[in-house]
Ligand binder design. Structure first.
Ligand code: SAH
Ligand code: SF4
Length: 375
């Protein structure tokens, strides 16, 4: 006896323009359909072919037979008193990822912090995502699905001047350059006019320093680049960011120079520096940092360490963060201290996912502090 197995439908959500055009050609349709359907999906937040009124009824029926538009399920959605919004999303295998939308500049800027992996293999000593280990890469659909969900729940894009999401930072869970093949099409959709139409300066990829992949990234796309430096000597950085053993500070800075050289406009590298009490928050560290960055067009973001249970690290006092900022200032750097947002909905540290887990007996999921690069 043979069981009827329904053929798996193709999910169109994560397809870049090239992939979508190839899909339409493969089902005997014209390439221009790709742009039409992309607009429905990404501008309108549509997941139902029947609603795509500028497409013939026959094609709508055919599409519904072979394809689908499937985003992540929303497990929780909350808004904090400071306006930060957060979604806990359930992806394919029942894993959870978190996405946070942070308003700034009197509502002019709304920055979405997007995850690229469930967990992370790079094991930075101060990062709660690193502590949970690596579970899996997110698919392109799951990555762009975070933008799609946020935009759908904030409201459809009315016009380019009034976007629900104005900036994206790949600073959620995971190391985006360890999931390059899925992150790239998702970022292409963020930039594509028939996708989210964001300027390349408003889409930022943050990496702990996977040097060969920085070169590969620069060959494919010129989004803004942030590096998680956190220390200005190899000895200390290796302790905090173990991938430094493989790709040391010099090789990372060289890769940044090569990346900037490929950009066709004037650009700076964002340098993320998480301040950890008595570890990297002393005057000598500020001096070493300033000296190291002399040659690199860069701006420094100071991130007070976001504590989590059993991390073994502490957050420096506010005064110490300001002192560090002042030392940098005296050495010629204006470095903002990124404040934690959305604390009343745990938007900064993933405790919410822990609570969902307690109810559902799912695996524990964390997300580390979200820090936003202002454009
Ligand atoms: N994997 C990438 C992107 C995600 S992490 C990367 O490492 O760059 C986003 C930023 O948050 C990184 O700069 C990371 O070092 C920082 N971060 C991680 N855990 C943190 C914590 N507990 N407190 C403050 N910043 C943290
Ligand atoms: Fe991974 Fe980034 Fe956390 Fe390091 S800081 S463990 S690279 S998510």
């Amino acid at each position: 006896m043979t069981a009827d197995i329904a053929p798996q439908k193709t999910n169109l959500l994560g397809m870049s323009r090239g992939e979508m055009e190839a899909f339409f050609l493969s089902v005997g349709e014209k390439k221009f359909r790709a742009a039409q359907v992309m607009k429905w999906i990404h501008h309108e937040g549509c997941d139902d072919f029947a609603a795509m009124t500028n497409i013939s009824k026959a094609l709508r029926v055919k599409l519904a037979e072979v394809a689908e538009i499937r985003g992540p399920g929303v497990v929780y959605e909350g808004t904090s008193s400071d306006g930060t919004r957060k979604w806990v999303l359930e992806v394919e295998d029942g894993s959870y990822v978190e996405t946070v939308l942070i308003p700034a500049d009197n509502g002019k800027r709304r920055t979405l912090c997007v995850s690229s992996q469930v967990g992370c293999s790079l094991d930075c000593s101060f990062c709660s995502t690193g502590k949970q280990g690596f579970q899996r890469n997110l698919t392109a659909a799951e990555i762009i699905g975070q933008v799609w969900v946020a935009q759908r729940s904030v409201g459809p894009r009315k016009d380019t001047a009034n976007r629900p999401v104005t900036n994206v930072v790949m600073m959620g869970m995971g190391e985006p350059l360890m999931n390059f093949d899925n992150v790239l099409p998702a970022m292409k959709l963020m930039l594509d006019d028939d996708g989210y139409g964001l300027s390349k300066r408003r889409v930022t990829l943050s990496t702990s320093g996977v040097v060969p992949m920085i070169d590969k990234l620069g060959d494919e796309i010129d989004v803004s680049l942030a590096i998680s430096l956190h220390a200005a000597t190899d000895e200390l950085r290796t302790e905090l960011v173990p991938i430094n053993r493989k790709y040391n500070i010099r090789s990372l800075l060289d890769a940044c120079h090569r990346y900037l050289a490929k950009c066709d406009d004037t650009r700076m590298i964002t340098v993320e520096y998480t301040l950890i009490k008595d570890v990297n928050d002393q005057q000598i560290h500020a001096e070493q940092l300033a000296a190291l960055l002399k040659e690199l067009p860069s701006k420094i973001n100071l991130i007070p360490f976001n504590p989590f249970p059993h991390s073994g690290y502490e957050k420096p006092s506010r005064n110490q963060c300001v002192r560090f900022q002042q030392w940098l200032y005296e050495l010629g750097y204006t470095a903002p201290i990124r404040t934690t947002r959305g604390e009343d909905i745990d938007a900064a540290c993933g405790q919410l996912v822990g609570r969902v887990k307690d109810r559902t007996k799912r695996h524990e999921r964390y997300i580390q502090s979200i820090q936003i690069d202002a454009d």
